[in-house]
Design a protein around this ligand. Structure first.
Ligand code: M6R
Length: 614
């Protein structure tokens, strides 16, 4: 989704830092890019459709090295089209005030049509189809040349919807104003320069000292840092925090794709997720972010796990875990459906928001709805300091490290592992015995090594993928706790390889989807040796009777392999832990199919890493 970068320095050209920042944000998905560069007497805008590399080449020709030096202030943007086609005209920055004001914007201005009509009546000439241009003109109409931040605040008060913005004006040389409501913005405070970005990964190569803006904040950015205010001009204190990630952890490190790197990072990521969180004396989990007294935990009557996409699938696994280990009635809800269905939730209900990025708009809205209705709310996020993590106020971080590839991989296995530990902790306050708790502790502690064993199967998985890479359709079948993992396997396949893939409960197949099966429709069946396996073997027979080739995910050494055309082996583990090892095999399978089909694996078409609009 759209990305923002801003740079302010006394002596360093903003050009390279802005382009580098955009390159770091590429993974979020976009269709065009642009920069605005300001010197004491000049504001210039450069835009291109397509990749940031195109923009970089264009800049190199249009603004060669010696000329760049005087532009020490600038803003930049990658756009993911919402209002208007992905064209250069619709790309940001947008101009107003006769080219003296430049604005970049993430989010959606919901009342833009009304604003535009009003501004056009006042003589503003619009060139793009975007909602953002209305805000640029609106700011210009409030700007008397006196107080830039006051003009931006006045305009923002008229805006309905969401925004993260950075704006420059030649009437106020050297000043950058940034603000947020619903779209993240982070300010990196460096030595003699300040970097602004919608995502901390665009900042870490410059500085690890950051200020996270809250919704409703507006800030004046200078090379020395930033002063933060409310829209009513009341100063607010925002701490400078240290980011744990370094620049190297956001690089590919020799792998062909971020996705492959992140798949292979899973043993280490899971070690970090688990570290210090298992109590091998009492057979429980220690989750500092859920520091609720056991009596309060015991009063929870229902859990609702909320998320989108891969996070929703992890939440669906959570439902099985909470119900089987902690006897806690649990539902897993798609965040947008949840927020708009007048959810019945209140005190004694536990809303758990799952989000890798911590910025997904629908999940954030669901958190706000749950907080507003008095529920106990926890977040399970990967990005430290993200909006969902901060607004939930309580939760557990994944500590999986930065996930750059649009296709989520290590976040899924880390989310399931956190949910396992939450179920264990909750279960131990209810009916789960110490012995059962100790057994589960051992199983969770073994997960990183078991995942490493799956990764050793990479070559074999690649060879099997080669047999099926030409398919147009695939089905993924799972039963019980493995059903959400089948959905996740299908999601991975469709988003990176564009193969049409559907996940089903194994038993549901014969209620309709079986009509589609034939020689050209491979079926991936999750046949791990856990309760229910024999029934799924029965479903596999039904598929083979229709000549559909079957790829089984099979426990090492298990006879279920003989019912399949091909088998991908995973190590033996309990049902509770099976989704983790199985997901890794399915990630590799999807990766190799996509690679063999020549797809752009890290930035699949139409997709954005972090969906910050509804
Ligand atoms: O950052 P989140 O976990 O909230 O993101 C939710 C989904 O947008 C995300 O999982 C998406 O489905 C991924 N592309 C899946 O690979």
């Amino acid at each position: 989704m759209c990305g923002i970068v801003g740079f302010s320095s006394h002596s360093q050209s903003a050009c390279r830092p802005l382009v580098n920042g955009l390159l770091r944000l590429e993974y979020r998905g976009y269709d065009s890019a642009g920069v605005a560069l300001e010197s004491a007497d000049d504001l210039r805008v450069f835009k291109k459709t397509g990749k940031v590399a195109e923009l970089d080449r264009f800049l190199a020709e249009a603004l060669p090295e010696p000329e760049r030096g005087k532009y020490t202030l600038g803003i930049a943007h990658t756009r993911w089209a919402t209002h208007g086609l992905p064209t250069e005209t619709n790309a940001h920055p947008h101009l107003a005030d006769g080219g003296r004001l430049a604005l970049v914007h993430n989010g959606i201005i919901e009342n833009y049509a009304a604003l535009r009509a009003k501004l056009e009546k006042r003589g503003c000439v619009f060139v793009s189809q975007t909602d953002t241009e209305a805000l640029a003109h609106l700011i210009a109409t409030f700007d008397t040349g006196d107080d830039f931040m006051a003009a931006v605040s006045q305009a923002l008060k008229q805006v309905e919807g969401t925004y993260g913005i950075a704006v420059l004006s030649l009437r106020h040389p050297g000043e950058m104003i940034v603000a947020r409501r619903g779209s993240p913005l982070v300010i990196g405070v460096g030595e003699g320069s300040t970097v602004v970005a919608s995502d901390v990964s665009a900042i870490v190569s410059y500085t690890r000292q950051v200020i996270y803006l809250n919704d409703g904040d507006i800030a004046r950015v200078t090379p020395e840092g930033a002063d933060v205010f409310t829209l009513d001009n009341v100063p607010v204190a925002r701490d400078v925090q240290q980011v744990e990630w370094d620049a190297a952890s956001a690089e590919k490190g020799g792998y062909a794709h971020f996705m492959l790197k992140e798949i292979f990072e899973q043993p280490e990521a899971l070690r970090n997720t688990i570290r210090g969180r298992l109590d091998r004396t009492d057979g429980t989990a220690v989750l500092a972010g859920l520091n609720l007294p056991p009596r309060e935990l015991a009063t929870i009557r229902r859990a609702v796990v909320i998320g989108c996409g891969t996070s929703l699938h992890a939440g669906m696994v959570g439902k099985y875990l909470f119900e089987s280990l902690a006897d806690l009635p649990t539902s897993a809800e798609q965040a947008a459906e949840f927020r708009y269905c007048n959810p019945i939730i209140g005190p004694h209900d536990w809303a758990i928001a799952l989000s890798q990025s911590g910025e997904t708009a629908d999940t954030l809205a669901a958190v706000r709805e749950s907080v507003g209705k008095g529920a106990l709310v926890s977040a399970v996020c990967n990005v430290v300091g993200s909006t969902i993590a901060r607004e939930a106020g309580r939760g557990v971080y994944l500590h999986a490290g930065p996930e750059i590839s649009v296709a989520s991989t290590k976040a899924f296995t880390a989310q399931v592992t956190v949910l396992l530990m939450m179920a264990l902790k909750l279960g131990r306050t209810r009916r789960l015995s110490r012995e059962a708790g100790l057994r589960l502790c051992d199983e969770i502690a073994a997960l990183p090594d078991l995942v490493a064993e799956v990764l050793k199967e990479n070559d074999r998985i690649a060879a099997v993928a080669a047999k099926y890479a030409a398919a147009n359709d695939m089905f993924f079948l799972g039963r019980g706790i493995l059903y959400p993992t089948a959905l996740e396997g299908a999601l991975k396949m469709k988003e990176i390889s564009y193969v049409h893939a559907e996940g089903y409960q194994a038993a549901e197949l014969k209620h309709g989807p079986i009509a589609l099966l034939g020689r050209a429709t491979p079926v991936v069946a999750l046949l791990n040796d856990v309760p229910g396996k024999e029934k799924t073997v029965g479903n596999v027979q039904e598929c083979r009777a229709r000549e559909a080739p079957v790829v089984g995910i099979v426990t090492q050494g298990d006879a279920a392999a003989r019912h399949c055309d091909d088998a991908l082996f995973v190590p033996r583990t309990s049902a509770a832990c099976a989704p983790v090892v199985t997901a890794v095999a399915l990630q590799l399978f999807a990766y190799h199919v996509a690679r063999l089909r020549g797809c752009e694996i890290d930035q699949p078409r139409n997709l954005a890493k972090s969906v910050t609009v509804e």
